[in-house]
Design a protein around this ligand. Structure first.
Ligand code: SAM
Ligand code: SF4
Length: 327
């Protein structure tokens, strides 16, 4: 029988999130440090063939779901070729994108059966979008969200809530779920290298629930899918739903089944993992990377790479920026 990617806590890892690039066409302040990031030299970035080859090894070890992320995954050159090849691996393929160039890929996604698209949209206000992302693409992103909904894609909107920036829009997002089959994912602001994290800027799961309940009354608790990273709800009678990714105040690590692969071919056992395992070098040498993957998962800590609820700056400042991990 084939070995599986099981950690010391008995968790089987079947979900691989691949960062296709550390580059991005936005500069969201909570993700990208003010001075940008040191980009990895091109020769050290996985080629498309290497991404496919390494993915194949993970699939052989039981991975059944792959999410493409970044940086911005849709700006990776020859993205269509890569997506087509990965869809042939027999996995459920998903993507997280800022949505700017989504319209160019919707036909492809229909063709290869990629249905689940997470789009990052932190505000419904154009001026605020420019403030958050430091670029002016709001109109294009909104048009693409509408087009995806029209075509029947399974859409989640990722909303990172920041105090005094977009915390006043929680219920505006909820209102979108009245008539649309749309899922809003409110995400607690998380700490990464250089993002000047301070929990006073964050909005907690409890505050989000209180804000929604105050206006919409008693919420229906939905059954959370296995390995879900969010707790999910619906306003009574609404078509869509919402969930909260409460990584800071109420982590959900017990059922974690995720592994990350950075654009330069490093395996990360956890979003907050400081240590990484190089898969690209042995892959380039032609050695089998399966034993490396199976060993690496044994180093996985139970929760948030061992950080306690205070989130230790000495720890997360040693991690990468979110834009180069692949969220
Ligand atoms: N560029 C794509 C996008 O924005 O969807 C994919 C990469 S982005 C790093 C993936 C997700 O991470 C986005 O939904 C983004 O909002 C989220 N994210 C980035 N920095 C974060 C932070 N400090 N705390 C919580 N979520 C964060
Ligand atoms: Fe924004 Fe995503 Fe780019 Fe980060 S990677 S700056 S969240 S668009």
């Amino acid at each position: 029988m084939k070995p599986k990617i099981i950690d010391n806590f008995g968790r089987e890892h079947t979900y691989l999130r691949i960062s296709l690039t550390d580059r991005c066409n936005l500069r969201c302040f909570y993700c990208m440090p003010e001075d940008g990031i040191e980009l990895v030299d091109k020769p050290n970035i996985m080629t498309l063939e290497e991404i496919i080859g390494i993915s194949r090894e993970f699939v052989d070890l039981g991975v059944d779901t792959i999410r493409l992320t970044g940086g911005e995954p849709l700006i990776r050159k020859n993205f269509s070729f890569l997506a087509r090849e990965l869809s042939n691996l027999g996995v459920t393929l998903k993507i997280t994108t800022n949505g700017i160039v989504l319209d160019k890929y919707l036909d492809l996604f229909e063709e290869i059966g990629l249905k689940r698209i997470n789009i990052s949209l932190d505000t419904l206000d154009k001026a605020k979008s420019v403030f958050i992302t430091k670029r002016d693409y709001f109109g294009r992103i909104m048009a693409n969200v509408c087009e995806c909904l029209k075509r029947g894609f399974d859409i989640k909107l990722n909303v990172v809530l920041i105090n005094d920036v977009n915390d006043d829009e929680i219920n505006d997002f909820i209102r979108l779920t009245e008539s649309e089959h749309l899922d809003i994912k409110f995400i607690e602001f998380m700490p990464f290298k250089g993002n000047e994290w301070d929990w006073s800027k964050g909005v907690s799961e409890q505050r989000i629930l209180d804000t929604v309940s105050e206006e919409f009354g008693k919420l229906t608790k939905l059954e959370d899918p296995a390995h879900s990273t969010s707790r999910n709800f619906r306003v009574k009678g609404y078509k869509g739903s919402f969930g909260i990714v409460s990584t800071v105040t109420n982590p959900f690590c017990a059922g974690c089944n995720r592994i990350r692969l950075t654009a330069d071919g490093k395996m990360k056992n956890c979003l907050f993992a400081v240590s990484e395992t190089d898969l690209l070098t042995p892959f380039r040498k032609g050695s089998s990377i399966q034993p490396v993957i199976l060993n690496s998962i044994k180093e996985k800590k139970f929760s948030r790479d061992g950080m306690d609820l205070k989130m230790d700056a000495d720890h997360y400042e040693q991690n990468r920026s979110m834009t180069s991990i692949g969220g």
